[in-house]
Design a protein around this ligand. Structure first.
Ligand SMILES: *Cc1c(COP(=O)(O)O)cnc(C)c1O
Length: 444
């Protein structure tokens, strides 16, 4: 195609600025209360104003690769598309960002971000990362000449030890998955910027979504997340979002999207836009359910990792930077075999990778999402082989607890107490003493 005259719609000079001085874009525009009042996030999620020519209530899907004419706002969908632009502006508003960009997956978002790196650049990151993130970073070390330092990012001293003026990027994830470790975004951002003022602090916010945490307000330069998870909420679309408050950085991030063509398609942009409208109600319900389930499991003697529990070692740190605990948790049973039986015995909880969907999921990370990390590395990073991850949906919480309870009983993970309750077996008992419990309680 001919080079777009004006590839970025945001390069146009806008007549208006909103109350934060952000550009207030033309059609199709997101909301911006004209009276200067700011709406709360739950309202902003559903409120969009588009001056569509027919006043369509749902933003139209501009299923068109090309646009006629010269010098117009849109000419070619790889460079820009009205449905995608609307979604990007809506997300920028929700993420408190100057600019948001949407791409074909969460990993595409990280790919776009890592294209800011040059051979020899040093990246400081965690040792408990999302598997796909590890894989991409590994590839960049072998094929792109990037130097990656994996450290325990819950320990600021360990991070400090690898920071240097050569650090060009710090890549953080919090809470980590499935160990639910919390990373201090403000402290580590300051440390990275002190080591190298030009260093870019990047945060993967997938586990909490913009509804619960805003890394850009905590010192990060770039935030990204998988739109496949909470933002869309229905596991019917793959998408990724990158956002920043630095307009120049926004342009640098837009470049690889236009150059490679990983921008989100018009139809998927529309699906994601529809999902985002219910983010607040989904997340509120999902985390209320998650809290009840975490308390149920902990109350029965399991080791549960969930930042909504006071027993979480970094409870205060988590709540100092986030507005909620999210809906992902993990727990241990003391035995890989018992964990496998629990996962198989669950009915309502689908066995599936991923999270953020309206239905509840159960998985064993060492067998599924984290299987791409070899066993030795998993051990080194203290990822217990028996760990079970639960991703809680919007179902009725008593149905979820009943389902878990029957799975625990059938798997022999608990014994029936004299009061008729259930109690987690001591890990020493687990391998030997399960037969009887299972026999007594197996369903007909
Ligand atoms: C799923 C996920 C990603 C990758 O997103 P995709 O949309 O699957 O490419 C990145 N980070 C975290 C924490 C995730 O859970």
């Amino acid at each position: 195609m001919a080079a777009p005259v004006n590839p970025s719609p945001l390069n146009k000079a806008f007549k208006h600025l909103d109350i934060d001085g952000h550009d207030l874009p033309p059609s199709p525009a997101p909301s911006s209360p004209g009276n200067g009042k700011k709406y709360t996030l739950a309202t902003e999620l559903v409120y969009t104003e588009s001056n569509d020519q027919y006043n369509a209530s749902s933003v139209p899907i501009y299923q068109s690769a090309t646009f006629k004419g010269e010098g117009n706002e849109y000419d070619y969908t790889r460079s820009g598309n009205p449905t995608r632009t609307h979604l990007e502006r809506h997300l920028a508003k929700i993420m408190g960002a100057h600019r948001a960009l949407v791409v074909s997956s969460g990993m595409a978002a990280l790919d776009v971000i890592t294209r800011l790196l040059k051979p020899g650049d040093e990246v400081v990151t965690g040792d408990d990362l999302y598997g796909g993130t590890n894989r991409l970073l590994k590839f960049l070390t072998t094929h792109g000449g990037i130097i990656v330092h994996h450290v325990d990012t819950t320990n600021p001293a360990a991070v400090q030890a690898v920071l240097s003026p050569k650090t060009t990027m710090m890549l953080l994830e919090t809470p980590t998955n499935p160990l639910m470790k919390i990373v201090d975004i403000p402290t580590l951002s300051s440390a990275a910027h002190a080591a190298n003022p030009a260093a870019l602090v990047v945060v993967d916010n997938t586990m909490l979504s913009p509804y619960l945490q805003n890394p850009l307000d905590l010192g990060a330069d770039i935030v990204y997340e998988s739109g496949t998870k909470y933002l869309s909420g229905h596991h019917d679309v793959m998408a990724g979002v990158v956002a920043t408050n630095d307009p120049q950085l926004g342009d640098r991030l837009y470049f690889p999207i236009n150059a490679s063509g990983c921008g989100l398609s018009p139809f998927d942009s529309w699906l994601l836009l529809r999902g985002i409208k219910t983010l607040a109600v989904r997340m509120e319900k999902q985390q209320a359910n998650a809290q009840a389930i975490a308390e149920f499991l902990e109350g029965h003697g399991f080791k549960v990792r969930y930042p909504g529990l006071k027993s979480h070692p970094q409870y205060d740190l988590h709540w100092s930077q986030a507005r909620g605990a999210g809906a992902v948790m993990s727990f241990e049973t003391g035995s890989t075999a018992v964990s496998e039986r629990i996962v198989e015995a669950a009915r309502l909880f689908a066995i599936s990778v991923s999270f953020g969907c309206v239905n509840s999921l159960i998985s064993m990370p060492c067998r599924m999402s984290h299987a791409s990390i070899d066993a030795a590395t998993r051990k080194e990073r203290s990822l217990p082989e028996d760990i079970i991850r639960l991703c809680i949906g919007i179902e009725d919480v008593s149905d979820l607890i009943d389902d878990l309870q029957q799975a625990l009983v059938r798997a022999g993970a608990v014994r029936i107490t004299t009061e008729g309750g259930i109690q987690a077996l001591d890990s020493r008992d687990v391998e030997g003493g399960t037969a009887q419990t299972r026999q007594v309680t197996d369903e007909p």
